[in-house]
Write a protein that binds this ligand. Structure first.
Ligand code: GLU
Length: 215
């Protein structure tokens, strides 16, 4: 995982098909200049894309946009409330990407997916065919969980698992998670003071970590 702003040259030299996941914390105005961040990241993506790198964005932030719009200060606990806020905030989230990418003559497409879509062979193939076509038309797919009908990412993941599934779907050679966290932890650092930052691990070691975010 890479926190902060991506290294445009690093991507362009080494990778051709990149999934970037942008977490909610980077899209909410608490202690953070969202406008500056979004301008910067969209510019870097547009530059790398103009040199031939394909991009797919997986974004969170619909709930935090909904909170801003309805002036809900603290994130509610109730799932239905979070789902409603996501539906309310989703257009505003997309408008932000659409407007910023338009400054670089890039078009975007909104895609809402669920884990069930990814696990159902027919729906997976439909999504794959559509997203592949969108990318081949030079348009940037912007994907969020369909929070109205699914709650996996709201409860557990802030779209991290969805981003991994999408990386598999588009056969990405790099997935980047942009986050306010320093990296990958053995448990949820927002809930556990003793959460340990794992700087490097191989895929076999992952199963030894307790990655449950709920307890
Ligand atoms: N799909 C949710 C969103 O866009 C995921 C992030 C969250 O749980 O806050 O807001």
């Amino acid at each position: 995982m890479i926190s902060g702003i991506i290294l445009e040259r690093f991507i362009m030299i080494n990778y051709r098909n990149v999934v970037i996941k942008i977490g909610s914390a980077l899209l909410s105005n608490d202690n953070h200049d969202v406008e500056h961040f979004i301008k910067n990241i969209c510019k870097q993506i547009a530059n790398a894309k103009s040199k031939g790198t394909k991009f797919t964005i997986v974004t969170s932030g619909a709930i935090s946009k909904g909170q801003e719009m309805l002036q809900v200060q603290n994130r509610p606990n109730e799932l239905e409330e979070l789902q409603a806020l996501a539906a309310i905030g989703q257009q505003s989230l997309m408008r932000m990407y659409e407007g910023e990418f338009a400054n670089h003559a890039c078009l975007t497409a909104q895609i809402l997916l669920t884990h069930d879509d990814m696990n159902n062979p027919n729906r997976f193939l439909n999504a794959k065919a559509t997203i592949t076509r969108i990318i081949s038309q030079g348009v940037i797919p912007i994907i969020n969980e369909n929070d109205v009908v699914a709650t996996e990412e709201i409860r557990l993941g802030d779209n991290d698992t969805l981003a991994a599934m999408v990386s598999n779907l588009v056969e990405a050679d790099l997935m980047i998670i942009l986050t306010n966290q320093k990296g990958y932890y053995d448990k949820n650092p927002d809930k556990f003071n003793n959460a340990k930052l794992i700087k490097r691990c191989n895929i076999k070691e992952l199963q030894d970590f307790d990655i449950s975010l709920d307890d």
